[in-house]
Design a binder for this molecule. Structure first.
Ligand code: N01
Length: 571
């Protein structure tokens, strides 16, 4: 049983189970040399989609000595932690997987269009086994600090278990959406029932039968678990702070025609995925909604509503929903009408109806609005009536106490920067990453930060706002090329110049402010975390355009926008 299995409220609340350290997950060599510094070529942090591929690429393809670290007790990253009821990918699975190995793609049989957590976790386990990755991963281990030694020009890592490692290169795939956001309502310790966060779900089944359950939060995690828990429990109370626009997923078996199309032209399929804006694998629209009649628009929205998908609704219908107020208003008006049609009680429908822009990460979920027609579901407007305290029996708002057996926090993440800032990174001359990013994250190409040589962030801040697995592969391949370049040219370090980093940031801002995304508060711009600076954290021009920047850096053989160790010494 995993050490992360939690059965009581306190373990789940603190999100840190007591450490039961033992030899499991740690190689004998590591056990023996715990007090010594162990030297490797590359340290990889994280064993999710990103870390596993980076480990494979750098160790198996490049032949480097690579050690990976993972704070979970198994591979999977997001798909290790997010085991809540209803957890599944909302990206069509043919694009939510690795692309580099066609045999792997052909051999692994996905069962559904949007697979559940268990199936994706099995896929990643199979991937780790297929490429013999686990022997290079230390599990149950958190990197606490990463310090660049100016004399040796290597990274020195210290783990929470007291191990010390030294690596020339540090590759971090620590997760865009991994560092949990847990409300600190007073009284949580006193609650007599069970408390869970969706992203730290226990490994055992939670029995909802006959129970009074609350779900707090209605983002992607919340809507999935609300739809799944409602039919199982006694009574469900949903605490919704901000309503969102939710379209159906239209789950079902994988479309055999799509599979056949991919088999017929495997490389062509992935070229089109990587050349698109979202890298989601569907045909994006090149038609603007602005200027079309309402009837024409509604016909297209209706067709998409019936074929499902959140990104599809935003990007396959028209090409200007994220940029044009007129197009955005047309989309929101359509969804608002659907809510009114689907929800029986007009007061509940009114509470579920958003009035802001459709400019958060789009959500899809089947039967979401219909769930509120169930007699055992109550919706609370948590903006008007926030949870004031958790009591022994439930939660208290200004309307009184709601008695509960189980509280589920679906309250999201300190996204994008959260896990990077948990590690005490010190770059050249002791410069702290936390200080450098105090006002906003600063990362060139979403991959490297000035004064932090040889440190690579897969899906770091200022990277593309896209489907992740294909983008991870692209970034890890680019990192592998940079590392090869450094080694083949007898260099010791490489890092972006300050000028290049500043230019990248300015360009990301410029692009983002041409969209509507900065105008709504969400994890995309850090606005969901109290006190976190609100800032653009993505390159919003799409995957195809992003790849052009990576190709340009490679084509310049890292002359443009980078400095290497010899230059660094003389600066
Ligand atoms: O988190 P969120 P998420 N009291 O930040 C509310 C990916 N993902 O875990 O909007 C009461 O979107 C908060 O309210 P508000 C995907 O990229 C993918 O759901 O801040 N409520 C909001 O309703 C997704 O976008 C998949 O006012 C509080 C909710 O909690 C990203 O992860 C599945 C609160 C948080 O929504 C994040 O999704 C799951 C408080 N104190 C996740 N604090 C799939 O592929 C926060 N909230 C399907």
């Amino acid at each position: 049983m995993s050490k992360w299995d939690t059965s009581g409220p306190v373990a789940a609340l603190t999100m840190v189970a007591p450490r039961e350290r033992g030899p499991s997950g740690m190689s004998a060599a590591v056990e023996e040399t715990k007090s010594d510094v162990i030297e490797v070529d590359v340290a990889v942090i994280g064993a999710g989609f990103a870390g596993l591929y980076a480990l494979h690429k750098l160790r198996n393809d490049l032949g480097l000595d690579v050690q990976a670290f993972e704070n979970g007790s198994d591979v999977g990253g997001t798909w290790f932690w997010n085991r809540y009821p209803g957890a599944r990918s909302d990206t069509e699975v043919t694009a939510y997987c690795y692309s580099f190995d066609q045999d792997l793609f052909e051999q692994w049989k996905w069962t559904q269009r949007y697979p559940r957590q268990k199936e994706i976790h099995s896929y990643l386990t199979m991937f780790a086994d297929r490429y013999d990755l686990k022997r290079s991963i230390v599990f149950d281990t958190t990197i606490e600090s990463a310090t660049f030694n100016d004399d040796t020009e290597r990274w020195e890592l210290v783990t929470d278990t007291g191990q010390r490692w030294s690596a020339q290169f540090l590759v971090e795939g620590v997760g865009l959406l991994s560092s949990t956001n847990v409300p600190n309502s007073p009284g949580q310790e006193a609650f007599g029932g069970e408390i869970y966060h969706t992203a730290r779900w226990p490994h055992h089944d939670v029995d909802f039968r006959g129970k009074r359950v609350a779900v707090v939060g209605t983002g992607s995690s919340g809507v999935q678990c609300i739809s799944e828990i409602a039919p199982q429990c006694g009574h469900l109370t949903v605490f919704q702070r901000t309503p969102q626009y939710i379209v159906p997923a239209q789950h079902g078996p994988l479309d055999p025609d799509l599979l056949e199309k991919i088999h017929a032209d495997y490389n062509g399929y992935w070229t089109s995925v990587l050349g698109s804006v979202t890298a989601f694998g569907f045909d994006e629209s090149d038609v603007p909604a602005a200027g079309m009649s309402d009837a024409e628009r509604d016909e297209i929205f209706e067709r998409q509503w019936n074929s499902g998908g959140g990104f599809q609704f935003m990007f396959a219908t028209f090409n200007d929903i994220g940029t044009s107020r007129e197009a955005n208003n047309a989309a929101t008006a359509f969804i608002r009408r659907k809510i009114a049609e689907l929800v029986d009680d007009p007061d509940t429908a009114a509470k579920l109806t958003p009035h802001d822009l459709y400019a958060k990460r789009p959500i899809c979920c089947d039967d979401y609005y219909e769930t509120y027609n169930r007699a055992n579901v109550t919706l609370v407007d948590a903006k008007a009536h926030p949870i004031l305290e958790v009591t022994e029996k439930g939660v208290r708002t200004d309307e009184g106490e709601v008695e509960l057996d189980i509280i589920v926090f679906a309250t999201g993440f300190d996204a994008v920067t959260g896990n990077y800032l948990k590690i005490d990174h010190r770059g050249r001359n002791g410069v702290s990453l936390r200080d450098k990013w105090a006002n906003r994250p600063r990362v060139h190409l979403g991959l490297m930060s000035a004064d932090f040589p040889n440190l690579f962030m897969i899906f770091g801040p200022m990277g593309p706002f896209t489907n992740q697995p294909p983008a991870h592969e692209v970034q890890a391949d680019w990192i592998a090329d940079v590392i090869t370049h450094v080694r083949e040219h007898g260099l010791k370090t490489i890092e972006p110049t300050q000028e290049a980093e500043d230019q990248w940031l300015a360009m990301c801002d410029d692009i983002a402010y041409q969209t509507l995304f900065p105008e709504t508060d969400s994890w995309i711009n850090g606005a969901n975390i109290p006190g976190k600076p609100k800032a653009v954290m993505f390159y919003m021009a799409g995957m195809g355009a992003y790849m052009d920047h990576l190709r340009a850096a490679t084509a310049s053989r890292y002359e443009d926008g980078f400095r290497t160790s010899a230059e660094a010494v003389s600066v």
